[in-house]
Design a protein around this ligand. Structure first.
Ligand code: C2E
Ligand code: MG
Ligand code: MG
Ligand code: MG
Length: 281
């Protein structure tokens, strides 16, 4: 026991770990301030029907506006937020702000068909999740929850399946994000029976490099979607060739810089307006 404690102490004071701990502490202190000062914003990235290029929805992506550093991307603070137990709170804010945005767009005659938000497992298992959902009032459009790749088969408990069933009963779609990367597995798909798979960007990028423009692994994922009778979204679409190839193999929804980058609510309103003018012209 004493030996173990001694060993732990040595690790804690290694310069590398000290730097990490200090970094985490600095970010988390700033994050607590940011939460208090309402500096957490949401950007939206359009999702496109692969068959007819119509807008089918948007994904809500969190942004942190820091007065000194500017916009801090999620990859830089979400791991810290998760570690500090703040991620559930952030997800709650993103959901609320997303719904508010869709509602105010609708009030101006701008219709967003669907909104997807990323939901961490921490958030999913919070006892007040359903209260928060109820507090949102009637939803202005269908809602989807994207479960992140940190979702591990071993983490899926009966309690979690119950939560997912309750969400579905309320009409909320369940999607597996970043499918094909990290710890998402076919066992997870079998257990959760999601409404949609989102193919990870690293796989769709690979797809563009394959000889026929379609990577067989990506095609296999589309076939899984077809076999299950569920939708498949490809993320990270950057070229028209990629979009065409994925549409051809049965991917029904596309998302990526080719169509639009994530943008503010104001920019989204303008983007939808300009696009619907173009498409009806
Ligand atoms: P994600 O859910 O897989 O979101 C897609 C990410 O890919 C976004 O990065 C988006 O900006 C980026 N992306 C989209 N299209 C393209 C493309 O064509 N090319 C390239 N290179 N990138 C593209 P972002 O906004 O930095 O978010 C990173 C990750 O952070 C998200 O990955 C998601 O896992 C997580 N995240 C974002 N917002 C939230 C949130 O509100 N809650 C939680 N729990 N996680 C979030
Ligand atoms: Mg996502
Ligand atoms: Mg993703
Ligand atoms: Mg991702």
């Amino acid at each position: 026991e004493a030996k173990n404690a001694g060993r732990d102490r040595i690790i804690v004071f290694s310069p590398e770990l000290r730097r990490r701990v200090e970094h985490t502490k600095r970010i988390s202190d700033k994050l607590v301030d940011a939460l208090r000062q309402d500096r957490i914003a949401v950007h939206f990235q359009p999702q496109i029907d692969a068959r007819n290029q119509r807008l089918v929805g948007a994904e809500a992506l969190v942004r942190w506006h820091d007065p000194e550093e500017g916009v801090i991307p999620p990859d830089r603070f979400l791991p810290v937020a998760r570690e500090m137990g703040l991620l559930a709170r952030i997800d709650g804010i993103v959901l609320r702000k997303s719904v508010e945005t869709v509602r105010s767009l609708a009030a101006r005659g701008i219709k967003l068909p669907r909104i997807s938000v990323n939901v961490d497992v921490q958030r999913l298992m919070q006892p007040d999740l359903f209260e928060d959902l109820a507090a949102l009032g009637p939803l202005p459009c269908p809602l989807a929850f994207e479960l992140l790749e940190t979702l591990d088969f071993d983490e899926i408990t009966d309690a979690m399946l119950e939560v997912l069933a309750r969400l579905r009963a309320q009409g909320i779609a369940i999607e597996i994000d970043d499918f094909g990367r990290g710890r998402t597995s076919l066992a997870t798909v079998q257990r959760i029976r999601p409404d949609r798979l989102k193919i990870d960007r690293s796989l769709t990028a690979q797809s563009a490099r394959a000889p026929e423009g379609v990577d067989p692994v990506v095609e296999a994922i589309c076939n899984i979607g077809r076999a299950l009778g569920i939708g498949v979204t490809a993320e990270g679409i950057e070229s028209p060739d990629q979009a065409a190839a994925l549409a051809r193999i049965g991917c029904d929804c596309l998302q990526g810089f080719l169509f639009a980058r994530p943008m503010s609510d104001v920019d989204l309103a303008n983007w939808i307006g300009a696009r619907s003018e173009r498409m009806t012209a």
